[in-house]
Each structure stands twice: as C-alpha cells, then as structure tokens.
Ligand binder design. Structure first.
Ligand code: GDP
Length: 284
C-alpha cells in the first residue's frame, strides 16, 4: 500500500499546478515571432504590445498619458529584428567575458547596450528571454553574497554587445558602485542603458539612485518594467501610469515610452528585441 501512495505523492510533486499551465505553455511557445503571428489578432497585440493593451483600459482623453506609439514598429520590422537575436552559423551569439573593472572590459568596435537593475528585479530572466533564440548562450548569475559581482559581456554576432551589469541593492559594495559608475560614464560605444524596474512594486529608493546616475551623466536610457504577468490589470495600470508620470516630469534622458515585459509569458520581449536592433543600427 505504501508504494502506490508514494507514487502518487511523487506524481503530485512534479505536476505543474493548474494555475501555471498556461504560463508553461506560453513559455515554450512564444520565443519565436512566427509562433506569435499565428495567434488571433487581439491575443497577438496583447503579447507584442502590452502597453497598447493597458491603454485600452483608459478613457480616451487620458490615453495620451501613455506614449504608446513613439516606438511603433511594423510586424515586419519585428520579424526582421528577430534575425539579429537568432543564433546561426553566420550569427554567433555567445558569452564573451566578464570584468570587474572597465579596463578589463573587451575592447570591441560594435555598439553596446547594457542592462542595470536592483538584485531580483528579473534581469537575468529578461536577458535569458531575449536570448531564447540562442539557447547555447549561458547567462551567468552570481548571486551568492560575498561573491565578486562582475559585468558580463555577450557578443551578438556582428551586430552589438550586450552587457549584464551586476545587480545593485542594499548589499552593493562601494567598489561595485564605482564599477557601474565608471562604466556608464566612460564606455565610449555604449548606445543605450536599459534600467529595469519591477512593475509590481514600482520605483524603489535604490532604483532612484540608478536613475540619478543616468541623469547626472546625461545618458540616454530606457525604463523596462519587469514581471508584468504578476499583477492584476488594475494594479499594473496604476503602477505604469505612476512610472510614466515620473518619467515625464522628472527625467531628461529617459526614453518617454516605457517597455513593460514578462520573461514568463514573453509579453513585450519581441518589441524590446526590435527596439534594441533599431537603436544599435541593425534594422535597416
Ligand atoms: P535578477 O536578480 O535581477 O537577475 O533576477 P532574476 O531574473 O533572477 O529573477 C528574480 C526572481 O523573479 C526569480 O524568482 C524569477 O523567477 C522571478 N522572475 C523574473 N522575471 C519574472 C517575470 O517576468 N515574471 C515572473 N512571474 N517572475 C519573474
């Protein structure tokens, strides 16, 4: 009698809970844009342009508050951009090296983009989602307290370099702040900084420090709102409007359009790939 009970317990342990099933399916299906294009129009729009979906909930006169069409590529452009992120024998996408100091960073002529954010904001998950069409790429994570935090460089073919900056937070040592600051201030080929904010909790004190840094160095940066699958529509809309208001009123260098994303459902990921391909000059 004990064995069937044990078997049942093991089966239960490994069963995907019903609430997560659609997400697991979404996860395995929507890496590639060709799969997204097969969706019914409304569902496709929701997945590709999550900000437009949020905008639908607003009254017509407050719709202008969300600048949804500043970056408004065609589906064709989004498809084109996908080639940049797809690993092939002619487009090698790989981890390149890590560095703790700027003078140890690889000296590459290609344009660079970097991703910064608080620890736990969803940065590694987002980078993994962006690189899901290059499954060989290993997004390294060093989260153990006390481990040296590094800048990780990824080469995306001949197109650009993506830099995963160490997560900041209350445990960030001073030399880490120095490292990020020096990189942001001095990296010559840095085209755009992607500053990640957790959409569930909005802009936190530590996020403000990073925002101030970008503003002080007059960097062009973009706010990416992570984990949008976690909140109810109402909560998400409230947070997005609040962050948008902040960007409009308090920032100079931030791109006015927000990029909400989910690394679980892939919502917003294809649009972000397209934006990166565009600003690195690879969409012509
Ligand atoms: P990092 O410290 O910024 O690199 O954050 P991680 O990518 O490791 O994510 C921190 C936690 O948030 C992990 O438990 C992830 O599974 C979770 N997470 C990250 N992105 C998402 C997302 O888009 N949706 C949900 N629901 N969880 C996420």
């Amino acid at each position: 009698m004990a064995i069937p009970r044990l078997r049942h317990a093991v089966r239960t342990l490994f069963e995907v809970p019903a609430a997560l099933r659609p997400l697991s399916r979404a996860c395995s299906t929507f890496h590639a844009f060709t799969d997204v294009l097969r969706l019914p129009k409304r569902q496709m729009t929701k997945l590709v342009f999550p900000l437009r979906e949020l905008e639908r909930q607003l009254t017509p006169d407050s719709r202008l508050d969300l600048h949804v069409k500043i970056f408004d590529p065609s589906l064709e452009d989004i498809s084109k951009a996908e080639a940049v992120f797809t690993a092939t024998s002619r487009n090698r996408i790989s981890y390149l090296s890590s560095a703790v100091r700027l003078d140890h960073a690889p000296d590459l002529p290609s344009p660079e983009v970097c991703f910064i954010g608080r620890s736990n904001v969803g940065k590694s998950s987002l980078i993994k989602a962006l690189f899901s069409l290059a499954p060989e790429v290993e997004v390294r994570v060093s989260k153990k307290p006390g481990h040296t935090k590094k800048m990780n460089f990824f080469k995306v073919g001949k197109y650009f370099t993506l830099v995963d900056m160490p997560g900041y937070g209350y445990r960030a040592p001073e030399d880490f702040v120095d490292m990020v600051e020096t990189y942001l201030k001095e990296r010559r080929n840095l085209m755009r900084t992607f500053l990640l904010v957790d959409s569930v909790v909005g802009i936190q004190k530590t996020d403000s420090i990073a925002i101030e840094m970008c503003e002080e160095f007059a960097l062009p940066y973009v706010m990416v709102l992570t984990k949008i699958d976690k909140s109810s529509k109402g909560h998400l809309l409230k947070q997005v409007l609040q962050i948008q208001k902040f960007v409009d009123r308090e920032t100079q260098g931030c791109f006015p359009q927000l990029f909400p994303v989910s690394s679980v459902t892939y919502s917003g990921i294809h649009l972000l790939r397209c934006f990166i391909a565009n600003i690195t000059g690879n969409l012509d």
